[in-house]
Write a protein that binds this ligand. Structure first.
Ligand code: ATP
Ligand code: ATP
Ligand code: MG
Ligand code: MG
Length: 508
């Protein structure tokens, strides 16, 4: 299909999670509602041998179809398929691997049903769910398989006892009660004493589940003259054996072989999260342990105007370094930077955007420190954390910014009251107590009555925080009028009115 103007919806919106390289990929399939399915198809309880054989047949077909599956282990209505560590099956794309496996398994299940149950009609379509899990080394993949087999043992021993009790006349509830809290040993004794049954004599298929794998066998090819030629070829085996201990794996070392290290492979480990396209990207930077920092550098409380100017200058310089930042909003020790929705900075790789913003901001803050605080030594160095968020709609972006401004208001009003109380002689604890549970209105009244202060006359930079954005200005160059975009800092409401007045900022 030729690329059309609409092709970008596939290229940019389809996220295909790739499973990490150099890991065994396990796809575990489990029958959906098989409790019911087994009932309506009158499976024998606790184990219907034919139903299990059908599952094994499907698993064998899977290994035939997908050569990268090196091992499969099944019990009840589930099967785990282990893909070799370095498989490049569908470039390790999770959704492809999962859907193909579960779909092919289901289709074989339906196809082979008639062969295995010639006298039973398939009353409803069977279906399975599937998940993919990655195991990075031999120990974890072996432990995964051991875990499934232990599970098989525990469930099967329980079910064997349960159904023996039910078949001997107990109700299902009574059977459940008699088994409550019993150990594995107790269950074996119950079977021996009440039913003269040795659990170990039960079919290995029930006790151990099914393992499917390839085994090399030597075959003799007949030739017309002379001795037959010996060839080894892999055949598929279904075995009901112990895979918890090491014996099986000792004898079948070819199944879970660790691949050789390939250096060119290393870059595939660099799995970088990409921010979704056509979304506004906001990087919010926040100083860590700033409370301590403000004390050490004896900032004015509640607001050190010079410190805020330093933040604003750093933010303005950020806009010069990153042309894709269209807007910044900050107060206290935080700043949010809005990248326009189409930014391709670092191909929208989250970690690179985050880290470079946080690092450049830190660097600017430190470089400009002397200009704002010529008599204060910067000690210890500040550090800023950063996080990225994405806003799919303009409206959400505007609401995000309004939310930050509301936080600025609430915080500043509280801090203003708090520090007025402290400066008037209250202890910090008393000041907090006084303000506990007060509304915005109460705080304004407190300021007015106790300190003759009108909160709304406080500097806008404290109350509204700071916006940074580009604005067209007319200058003159040798008498010729020219236009240029300057970065402007303002302290105003960033509601609908602001966006109407500055339509170019967000491009609307
Ligand atoms: P879910 O959709 O959540 O997986 P489920 O009903 O399939 O629910 P499972 O925990 O997967 O629940 O249990 C599988 C059920 O299918 C059990 O009740 C088990 O007894 C029954 N079952 C599966 N295979 C057989 C079989 N070969 N013989 C008898 N019963 C079986
Ligand atoms: P964290 O590491 O969790 O972010 P923090 O100590 O940085 O902890 P914040 O909630 O970020 O805690 O608060 C920052 C502190 O710095 C607040 O107490 C705030 O009042 C103070 N602060 C920030 N900017 C200024 C400023 N310009 N003038 C005075 N104090 C300020
Ligand atoms: Mg199930
Ligand atoms: Mg199950």
């Amino acid at each position: 299909m030729a690329n059309s103007e609409y092709e970008y919806v596939k290229r940019e919106f389809e996220f295909d999670r790739r499973l990490p390289p150099s890991n065994w990929i396990v796809v575990r399939i489990d029958g959906c509602h098989f409790h019911r399915f087994s009932k309506i198809h009158a499976f024998e309880k606790p184990n219907d041998e034919n139903a299990l054989r059908l599952m094994d047949t499907c698993a064998t077909a899977m290994l035939k179809k997908f050569p990268d599956i090196v091992f499969a282990y099944g019990v009840s209505d589930e099967y785990s398929f282990v893909f070799r560590e370095e498989t490049e099956f569908y470039h390790r794309r999770e959704s492809k691997i999962l859907s193909l496996c579960v779909s092919y398994f289901t289709s074989v299940y339906v196809m082979k049903w008639k062969e295995i149950f010639p006298n039973k009609e398939l009353k409803e379509p069977p279906y399975f769910d599937a998940r993919a899990v990655c195991y990075p080394n031999l120990k974890t993949i072996r432990d995964y398989l051991a875990w499934r087999q232990v599970d098989c043992h525990i469930n099967n021993q329980y079910n064997t006892c349960f159904w023996m009790l039910v078949k001997s006349g107990k109700s299902e509830q009574e059977a459940q009660l008699s088994l409550k809290g019993t150990s594995s040993k107790d269950k074996n004794e119950l079977l021996a004493q009440q039913f003269q049954m040795n659990y170990d004599d039960e079919l290995a298929m029930f006790r151990k589940g099914s393992s499917v794998y390839r085994e090399k066998v030597e075959t003799a090819m007949k030739v017309d003259y002379g001795d037959p030629i010996k060839r080894t070829r892999p055949i598929l085996r279904v075995a009901h054996v112990d895979i918890i201990g090491s014996e099986f794996w000792q004898n079948h070392q070819h199944i879970l072989r660790e691949g050789k290290c390939r250096y060119e492979f290393m870059k595939q480990f660099d799995i970088n999260h990409m921010l979704p396209p056509c979304n506004w990207v906001v990087v919010r930077i926040n100083a860590c342990q700033f409370n301590q920092f403000t004390t050490i550098h004896s900032f004015d409380k509640p607001n050190d105007a010079v410190a805020l100017s330093l933040m604003n200058e750093s933010a303005s310089l950020m806009m010069e370094q990153y042309p894709d930042i269209v807007f910044g909003y900050g107060f206290g020790s935080e700043y949010s930077f809005v990248f326009h929705e189409k930014t391709e900075l670092y191909r929208r790789q989250e970690s690179l955007i985050l880290s470079s913003c946080s690092s450049y901001f830190t660097s600017l803050y430190m470089k400009k420190w002397k200009k704002f605080f010529p008599h204060k030594e910067l000690m210890p160095p500040p550090r800023f954390e950063a996080e990225a968020l994405v806003c799919p709609k303009l409206k959400i972006l505007c609401e995000y910014l309004s939310w930050r401004q509301a936080e600025c208001h609430t915080g500043n009003q509280y801090n203003t009251c708090f520090w007025m109380l402290v400066k008037s002689g209250r202890s910090e604890k008393e000041a907090h107590e006084t303000l506990k549970g007060t509304l915005s209105k109460d705080k304004n009244e407190l300021l007015f009555q106790q300190f003759q202060m009108n909160y709304n006359n406080e500097p806008a930079i404290f109350r509204k925080g700071s916006c940074v954005f580009r604005q067209k200005v007319h200058g003159s160059d040798n008498g010729v009028t020219i236009e240029r975009w300057d970065v402007k800092v303002d302290h105003v409401d960033i509601g609908a009115g602001f966006w109407r007045k500055h339509p170019w900022i967000l491009g609307c």
